[in-house]
Write a protein that binds this ligand. Structure first.
Ligand code: DSN
Length: 432
């Protein structure tokens, strides 16, 4: 009986999570939601199965059907990212990073990365994946605003320091990194330029952010569930020579995983088709929303970062909330009001401030998927002002507001949008 009650408790918690999250404004920049159709194929027999190796070259029998799905998703992702090689087997963005870093970073190599307070991801650092292979990690110098790599100063450093690997892309990511500016010097000096596109993959696929491969990165690693609204997985892609790609192929399998979680792969196949149709309209609206929310917050007295650069060119907005009690307190107060986001170090925050940094990081990609536009960004800014500056409880108002945003846009879910509607949506964005 006790076991039965334990099982029921878990089922009840899952139900509570499902209902609660649909009644909140989720602004976590690394999350998103899948369409009903992408989510609906999860939980099939594939969640029990193994498929090591590549389609048609497996180490198990009984893989014919996943072989077709995997071959299709690879083919479609390759066309979306216009690349020669692509691997869908990493089971997360960090696993994708590790598959690549393990092949390119040798003990003692000097690796140049975005600092943690400058937005760099934990896997690029000493305690993460890079640190497993080398402890010689140096940070890109930043310009005075803290949100851009200082290209001139980086070139000065490269003339004096024998950097072997450069990793661009980050987690607090407002503006593109200078790939095209630094790729030529990397090529001249044999520096491998790796781009971590975890946060901005959907914006790249939607053609609204820099295209790192086209700008000169040798390889791109990413997760598939932030701005790219798929299941939680990782990918790697490149236009490198076949012989170089063979190293990465082994980094993915057997280097960093064996089976690759087929259940989530089938959802990614559906998301990829959604992205091919709706990706450009979605990415466009995401960036419009981020800019609109930043401006609305600033207008209500918040200290929004990077104002002189138009706040953001991505899905994210960074706000300095030191005067409001710091990132920890502010993010807790917001959560108690059903607005969910995370505290974040801001550029030049000391690393010791990691448990109460100066900032919060906001991502608008999930609320955009639920159909929110500029008008709704004004309302979110109002909620944030009322609870953080006027000391009001807005949790019930947030729940009421959220009732109108339950359907997932930019998808083929039958209760929302037809292909024709989406094309109209897309052309209205192009015309606007
Ligand atoms: N740490 C995650 C983020 O929120 O950016 C990415 O892995």
């Amino acid at each position: 009986m006790i076991y039965q009650r334990n099982i029921e408790r878990i089922e009840e918690l899952v139900k509570t999570q499902n209902e609660w999250r649909m009644s909140t404004i989720n602004l976590i920049a690394s999350e998103n939601v899948m369409s009903k159709r992408a989510r609906g194929v999860m939980g099939s027999d594939f969640c029990h199965r193994y498929a090591e190796g590549h389609p048609g070259e497996r180490y198990y029998q009984g893989t014919e059907i996943i072989d077709e799905i995997e071959a299709r998703v690879k083919q479609h992702l390759k066309s979306l990212f216009d690349c020669k090689h692509l691997d869908v087997r990493p089971i997360s963005g960090t696993v994708a990073n590790d598959a690549v870093f393990s092949r390119y970073i040798k003990p003692g190599d000097i690796v140049m990365v975005n600092s943690t307070s400058g937005g760099g991801h934990i896997s690029h650092h000493r305690h993460g994946s890079v640190g497993k292979y080398s402890s010689n990690i140096i940070n890109f110098p930043l310009t005075a605003d803290g949100y851009h790599i200082d290209v001139k100063e980086t070139i000065n450093i490269l003339q004096k320091v024998p950097v072997k690997v450069m990793i661009m892309g980050k987690s607090l990511y407002l503006f593109p990194d200078p790939v095209k500016e630094l790729a030529p010097i990397c090529r001249e000096n044999g520096i491998v330029l790796i781009y971590d596109a975890a946060h901005v993959l959907g914006l790249i696929a939607g053609k609204r952010f820099q295209n790192p491969l086209r700008e000169g990165a040798q390889v791109v690693n990413a997760s598939t569930h932030k701005t790219f609204f798929g299941s939680q997985r990782g990918i790697i892609f490149s236009n490198m020579k076949d012989s170089d790609w063979a190293k990465i192929d082994k980094g993915a399998f057997p280097g960093s995983s064996s089976n690759h979680h087929l259940d989530t792969l089938v959802s990614l196949a559906i998301t990829t088709f959604e992205y091919m149709v709706f990706g450009e309209a979605y990415a466009e609206q995401v960036i419009r929303n981020a800019k609109a929310l930043a401006a609305a917050l600033e207008a209500r007295g918040f200290n929004v970062e990077a104002k002189e650069f138009g706040y953001t060119e991505s899905h994210q907005v960074a706000v300095n909330v030191k005067e409001l009690g710091g990132g920890d307190e502010v993010s807790r107060v917001l959560k108690d009001n059903n607005i969910i986001l995370n505290m974040n170090l801001l550029p030049f925050d000391p690393l010791g401030k990691v448990s109460n940094p100066s900032g919060i990081r906001i991502g608008v990609q999930e609320m955009t998927r639920f159909g929110m536009q500029e008008r709704e960004m004004e309302m979110i800014a109002d909620f944030m002002k009322h609870c953080l500056m006027d000391g009001k409880f807005v949790g019930d108002d947030v729940k009421d507001f959220r009732k109108d945003y339950q359907v997932i846009w930019y998808s083929f879910d039958e209760d929302f949008i037809s292909l024709e509607n989406s094309q109209q949506l897309r052309s209205s964005h192009v015309e606007a």
